[in-house]
Design a protein. Structure first.
Length: 86
């Protein structure tokens, strides 16, 4: 479990976020593991427009193809939603 996704993108001497996530995905698939990443939701998310955030609301200061993730889970005000990212 990585708490949280944006920390992988904090230091400029680290590889790009997309490279790190792709590497984690490959590592997990080769070993039959599940990797969980916790992420911030963008401050622009408005619960009055939709009750639970989705992939479009993930805060990404730098570009990342969210299709690298197989599934996403969002929690808001006690409600839980799963979303396929493909």
């Amino acid at each position: 479990m990585i708490d949280y996704l944006q920390l992988l993108d904090q230091k400029r001497e680290n590889p790009e976020l997309a490279v790190q996530v792709a590497s984690l995905r490959k590592f997990a698939r080769e070993r039959g593991l599940i990797v969980v990443l916790i992420s911030q939701i963008d401050r622009a998310y408005d619960p009055s427009t939709k009750p639970v955030p989705d992939l479009t609301d993930v805060r990404l200061p730098n570009p990342l193809d969210l299709k690298l993730f197989d599934k996403a889970c969002f929690v808001q005000a006690g409600e839980l939603r799963f979303q396929a990212s493909n």
